[in-house]
Design a binder for this molecule. Structure first.
Ligand SMILES: O=C(O)[C@H](O)CO
Length: 387
């Protein structure tokens, strides 16, 4: 029996490779002879670089850059043999790096992501895959663009700091100082979501609150993004605000699509490709996956939706173990998920569940395997009797 264990990370609790290990332990308790393949997954957000580096056996690189609040942070990235750099924006400007009391959505930016791109250019990257998701920012990527040489100015040609608080006064964008090497390389966005830049489904409205934005700040940020998109359209002669993924990572997607001529792809597809997940699933009996929260957002291009789509093509059942089963998670039952289970074995606080995640994962996967094995044995016995 071949089981694929391909979970995402459980945010702020357990990275994907540890989730996979815990599930594998549970599976082994119930099915000691099962052939188990662990494929830690990611969707463009945190864990993307690690997942791809593990699949490709590429060396991890470290660079010190600015985090979203301008403090030094060591960011990890990797480069494949054919000079494709894989950069994860969350390792420079991720939400998890900033303590809740230090978060300030109006002043956080993606400057460190631009610094990472420059590092990759210095190492002669010919193609850059930029992972989007898990950001602490809603700056539309202006921080990144400023690090790459683009200037943002007000009506008096005074330079603006590349942070949302200043962007309300944006009237001009000067691209003449952009690093010329950028025009020689290809960019691909590996995005965790496909939201547009502005409006009800935009970067500020959907993801602002989880970064600490108040309702008033969400409105302000949305207006700032709309103005920035207007000025970008005048500067470049194209308007990418409605494109898929423009609103990913606080609008960094928009900056990539507009200024770096990047191609959008769901991050999970890219991570799955590097891991050869489709071929693994094709011959599998069962896929077990998991993530911190399963809900409607999962359908917006998150890891589990991608895995479920692959498994559906090959008619392989998919079981999900999630920390929380949120709003309308059953919608995924039409998208290739066979069943979803909560991690918890009884009432418990979030803190308790987060502390015990590894043990709980082991227990639930053992239970799930027991049911799966009983069902397989039943099927075999019935077929035998019919013969
Ligand atoms: O970073 C964010 O804003 C979300 O993960 C969506 O990309």
């Amino acid at each position: 029996m071949k089981i694929i264990i391909a979970p995402d990370s459980f945010k702020e609790s357990l990275p994907a490779h540890e989730v996979a290990t815990a599930i594998a332990q549970g599976v082994r308790q119930a099915a000691p002879s099962a052939c188990i393949h662990c494929v830690p997954m990611a969707d463009g957000g945190e864990g993307t670089v690690l997942a791809i580096a593990q699949s490709t056996h590429c060396k991890l690189m470290q660079s010190t850059v600015q985090n979203a609040m301008g403090q030094p942070v060591t960011a990890t990235w990797t480069m494949t043999n054919n000079e494709t750099a894989i950069i994860e924006m969350a390792s420079a400007a991720g939400l998890e790096q900033i303590q809740p009391q230090n978060r300030n959505i109006l002043r956080s930016n993606t400057f460190g992501v631009g610094q990472l791109i420059l590092e990759a250019l210095n190492k002669k990257a010919r193609h850059i895959i930029l992972g989007l998701g898990g950001s602490a920012t809603t700056d539309g990527g202006v921080g990144m663009l400023a690090a790459l040489g683009i200037q943002f100015m007000d009506k008096n040609n005074t330079l603006l700091e590349p942070v949302p608080a200043e962007l309300a006064r944006l009237e001009k964008i000067n691209i003449s100082g952009m690093d010329p090497r950028l025009s020689q390389i290809g960019f691909t966005l590996a995005s965790d979501v496909n939201n547009p830049l502005c409006g009800h489904h935009g970067a500020a409205a959907i993801f602002g609150p989880q970064k600490g934005a108040t309702p008033e700040q969400v409105l302000f940020l949305d207006q700032v993004m709309a103005n920035y998109a207007d000025i970008t359209a005048t500067t470049l002669g194209k308007d990418m605000r409605h494109e898929q993924g423009a609103g990913a990572a606080g609008g960094l997607g928009f900056a990539g699509l507009s200024f770096l001529k990047a191609r959008f792809r769901p991050g999970v597809e890219i991570v799955a490709e590097f891991a050869g997940l489709a071929q693994l699933i094709e011959n599998a009996d069962l896929v077990i996956t998991g993530e911190g929260k399963l809900d409607e957002q999962t359908l917006q291009g998150k890891t589990l939706a991608g895995i479920a789509a692959l498994a559906q093509q090959h008619k392989v059942p998919v079981i999900v173990i999630a920390g929380t089963l949120g709003n309308n998670y059953q919608a995924l039952y039409n998208k290739g998920i066979t069943a979803a289970f909560s991690l918890c074995n009884g009432p418990m606080s979030l803190q308790e569940a987060m502390q015990k995640t590894s043990q709980l994962l082991q227990d639930r996967s053992r239970d799930i395997m027991q049911v799966f094995l009983a069902n397989q044995t039943n099927k075999r016995d019935k077929n035998y009797k019919l013969k």
